[in-house]
Design a binder for this molecule. Sequence first.
Ligand code: NAD
Ligand code: MLT
Length: 314
Amino acid sequence: MGFRLKFKVLVSDPLAEEGIEILRETCDVDVRTDLTEEQLIDVIKDYDAILVRSGTEVTAAVIEAGTNLKFIGRAGAGVDNIDTEAATRRGIPVANAPSGNTMAATEHTIAMMLSMARNIPQATASLKKKEWKRSKFMGVELNEKTLGIMGLGRIGREIAKRVIAMDMKVVGYDPFITKENAAQMGVELMDADELVKVADFITVHTPLTPETKHLINAARIATMKDGVRLINCARGGIIDEKAMYDGLVSGKIAGAALDVFENEPPFDSPLLTLDNVIVTPHLGASTVEAQKNVAVSVAKQCLAVFAGEPAKYA
Ligand code: NAD
Ligand code: MLT
């Protein structure tokens, strides 16, 4: 390969312009959001860095083919779609932007919980069909209900703060925080089995790991309150979708609000056929503000690595 004056960066998922502009000041940037894995493997050798959101799978094969890669950036929380072991083998730093979309995901979760409680998506669809069905869409209040939060990290604790202000009682499960720490947030810490029994609404905010896969499963659903409502704006698979479907059909679960799915897009999921399920297409981080935050963060980290410094998220 010949000598190049500028670093080359491949942006393979839609990234906010503010981040791309920062890179363009000193780098050549190609935005190519339609590449298949084969095409990516074919072109990646020309690039010094690749920046992705959740669409691109940065597999071991892509990383092996990226002989010039010096940085892999994910504009979002988690690095689920990057083979970090393959990157480590090649000594390529991988960085994300874990806090840039915290408020977006927090607000989306609360919006989903309120929309589910008051049947807002169903009532909107009904009225747009020129129906006026007031009794069909009777809702429930959040006031004085118990919210169970599984995972009290950045998003979980921001949700706790907000719903406490709405007079909800909050119980939490997170094996990595102390009872005292939870109490400072106004949250009563308990184990997962206890939490699922006492909560009226349950929302999950953990990463998807072998330990959290099907954290909510058929056995735990069986012990929940009748009419419990579930929310997943974290990662598909934390709730067992088959068990949730059965619970929604039987009426054990009164409703579910889902932003994420075991397979995305979930076009074949039977959950989409149920009236008591409301859904969004993985929109948790989709605010103008969050997309700017995460794009600028990974762009700056990329430039830091090119300058020989460590990637440090801001
Ligand atoms: P975080 O790392 O700040 O918090 C995660 C929390 O989960 C931590 O407190 C950790 O201790 C806890 N945890 C880990 N393993 C656990 C286990 N086995 N049981 C219970 N708790 C456990 O992460 P965050 O920024 O709050 O994000 C939470 C989730 O939301 C992640 O899965 C993230 O990918 C997802 N997310 C989704 C969207 C979206 O678009 N829908 C946007 C942002 C984040
Ligand atoms: C994230 O992990 O940051 C979210 O799921 C949002 C996204 O993928 O863009």
